[in-house]
Design a protein around this ligand. Structure first.
Ligand code: ADP
Ligand code: FBP
Length: 304
């Protein structure tokens, strides 16, 4: 089973606005509402790949109810903990360029986190995967991640961390199996921008040496760099018309973990992940298995 945790889910509200202008009345020609948040996106993609997954995390209010219904109606297994604070709405304005406005994360109490800990202790079994993805509320102490790390070690499960901001660097000592920063997140993590592929490899190798087994740096249209202690690969993304990149990074994580969890080779897993990211970028909603598989032959993997 692949569990995902989304501490701060969202309804992704996507208005399409021609010539969006700030400080003026803009009218949307069309709108979409998606159950979002990074872990939820990953569980949605895994479900469409027919991989066993359960979405965990915290939801509240009418927005939380929308997310739970949307997932359940689409057969995405979920077991959220209910909190009083309404789940946020993230606005993604699509115009000539995309403008994002993500809401704040909820305040989670110690009691609420304890419920999650008990849930995880009861659910996680040998060879399961746990993906913690998206913003981490300030109210969650680092000791929670120590708990996760110890639990996964004890149960012989793997955990993945995909988050951004200053928090990420403080969590690497808990040795997640995998991280997937994009270029900006990597720069924030290591305190320097890497322009060339070999520079990305150099800083990623340092993260691997510090105990993270797999570092995937996604590079938008340029694909990704994948580094472990044994290999360093550039994975070129297929060419295509970009429609909506919301959830593209989450699709990479879903694709890679789906393949690794099935025992497939790292090279094949990263190839599948990039095909998934691009399939999402080339469609309005998150990718389907068929869309991913159509792109697989157009993903080129080479040694750096
Ligand atoms: N312009 C593009 N053309 C093809 N694939 C893309 C494009 N933009 C994003 N992708 C796909 O989405 C993946 C994740 O994109 P990226 O922007 O790096 O991540 P994030 O969404 O986490 O910021 C890429 O590795 C690639 O597979
Ligand atoms: O938790 P965060 O970092 O605020 O991000 C949440 C947002 O990220 C998304 O999961 C999209 O992420 P990516 O485009 O990076 O894959 C949206 O669904 C959601 O609005």
């Amino acid at each position: 089973m692949i569990y995902t945790i989304t501490f701060s889910p969202s309804i992704d509200y996507i208005p399409f606005v021609e010539n969006f202008k700030i400080a003026e009345l803009n009218r949307a020609s069309d709108v979409r509402y998606f159950a979002g948040g990074k872990g939820i996106n990953i569980s949605r993609v895994l479900t469409s790949m027919t991989v066993n997954t359960t979405a965990l995390g915290f939801i509240g209010g009418f927005t939380g109810a929308f997310i739970e219904n949307a997932l359940t109606n689409n057969h995405v297994r979920n077991d959220f903990i209910k909190i009083a604070e309404p789940t946020r709405i993230n606005v993604k304005i699509k115009s000539d360029v995309e403008t994002d406005l993500n809401g704040p994360t909820p305040y989670l109490t110690e009691e609420e986190l304890d419920i999650l800990k008990i849930q995880l202790a009861n659910k996680i079994q040998r060879e399961d995967w746990l993906i913690i993805s998206g913003s981490i509320p300030m109210s969650i102490p680092n000791s929670f991640f120590e708990y996760i790390s110890n639990l996964c070690e004890e149960k012989q499960a793997k955990w993945v961390l995909d988050t951004s901001g200053p928090r990420l660097v403080t969590l690497l000592p808990f040795r997640p199996y995998m991280i997937k920063p994009n270029e900006d997140e990597l720069a924030e993590l290591v305190g320097q921008k890497s322009e060339e592929l070999h520079e990305i490899v150099t800083v990623s190798k340092k993260i691997v040496a510090a105990g993270v087994a797999l570092v995937i740096v996604s590079l938008g249209g340029a694909g990704a760099v994948c580094v472990t202690d044994e290999l360093q690969l550039h994975v070129e993304a297929p060419q295509g018309k970009v429609i909506n990149t919301v959830g593209a990074g989450d699709s990479v994580v879903a694709g890679v973990v789906a393949q690794l969890a099935q025992g497939n080779r790292m090279e094949d897993a990263i190839k599948y992940g990039i095909a998934a990211g691009s399939a999402t970028a080339f469609h309005e909603d998150l990718c389907t298995k068929e869309q991913v598989e159509q792109l697989l032959d157009h993903v080129i993997v080479s040694d750096i």
